[in-house]
Ligand binder design. Sequence first.
Ligand SMILES: Nc1ncnc2c1ncn2[C@@H]1O[C@H](COP(=O)(O)OP(=O)(O)O)[C@@H](O)[C@H]1O
Ligand SMILES: [Mg+2]
Length: 461
Amino acid sequence: MTNTLRASQQGLDKVEKAIHRKRWKRNSITWQQVADTSQGTLKRFWGKTPIKRQSFIRICEAVGVNWEEVAEPSEIQEIKLAVVSVASTTPSLEDQINVLPLQPTDGYSKNQRGVWIPNLRCRKVWGRESFSEEVLHRLNDPQEAPILSLCGSAGYGKTEVACKVALAAVRNNLFADVLWVKARDTEFSDGKISQSERDEALSWNQLLQEIAHQLDGCSVKRVHQRIKEEKRLIVLDNAETAQLEDILPKLNEMLNPSRVLLTSRFQTNASYVGLINIPPLEEHCSYQLLQDEAKYKNVPAIVQADTAQLQQVYHLSCGAPLALHFIVGRVLDDGTLEPVLSALEQASGDVEKIYEFSLKTAWQRISDVTKKVLGYMGDSDAGVTWEELSGTKQVQESDWSITRRELRRWYLMEDETDAKGKPRYNLHPWVRRSLRGGLVDKWQLSLQEWEQIAQWKYDID
Ligand SMILES: Nc1ncnc2c1ncn2[C@@H]1O[C@H](COP(=O)(O)OP(=O)(O)O)[C@@H](O)[C@H]1O
Ligand SMILES: [Mg+2]
């Protein structure tokens, strides 16, 4: 697999059209930020000069164009997939989601529909077509409870499915608009919430204020009326970190025709809340995810993996996309698949253990600067910007690109853009919870112990 790619004239024509739709210029700063690239690289891209494969792919993805249609065909080495990829069977939702950008680009208009829906954090949502359709169908069915709770363990893709559903809800004109409220980003362990955590959980008043803000900044008193007058979809993401006993009955009074979609690790028992459990990713979709990520990150050990190995990865991951991503990161660093599989085998069957194993390895291999940045991000409730990291002296400009690369390499950081299209860096709630819960301190200690042992050995030599 080559490490560089260059654009063809035909490909550039496609990109030209795409940037025209987004009203970006050829050297747009927003484009550079979203693609995490520099002006020089973008210039070389336009000049059909070879640039790094990952930069090339990010540049294309930032404008929603398939990189394989942009690259010079002779440069794309066709990779024989160990498993025949299964074409998406139900393109309807996927197509509708990918056609037009709903997110504002350079210009920011509060009145644009769907503006509060966060961007997808993965490069492509594999599978989930029929499941998303089912969720959307239930949300739109007048016979169903007005609140639908999408439940499941961390990392199974609840938030991504909710994004897909929300986009389709607007695109299909099933809902006038979507409001999206993220309850506290942290998730609680074991279903138990301590008193101090309960105090910090999103309250009814905070929720109302956020909704009022998203309704063009109307007053809190008008929220009830606004929700009643038009059919809106309100998504409450990470709902287990909200004061649901208080919120749900009050929300319920406002609904019809509007609806609520919760994403939650826990189930809620109330007559007006319907439940839908997120299933594991289907096996063939997990192969597609693995091989696509492996192609993107240049991980031959996975690209060339045979079906038996892919099956093993799938079973270890329990079909959780977060686990699949972590495994790609680990194999990328190890350069080989088998030892990683044997190491992960110890945690077999328990997805949280797989996460823990992955984070532990990552933590022990990343630089001190990256650890410091991770610690800072773990303490923030939402994503951080580069300005914040730099302003609070977490990282110097010269180190930032290495740190960012390390965090992406291990899938520890999620790229987001805020409602104005500005890049933000966030952590998956599971990673944040682990950092806050002191999981990494345990490993830090064992590293210190290891150093003591090394010192002791050195002394006796
Ligand atoms: N179907 C999918 N295909 C590819 N990546 C996915 C898919 N679903 C989720 N992901 C990625 O896996 C990670 C966990 O997904 P997320 O939606 O945050 O899970 P949850 O909300 O259940 O904790 C995220 O990085 C997300 O981008
Ligand atoms: Mg989530």
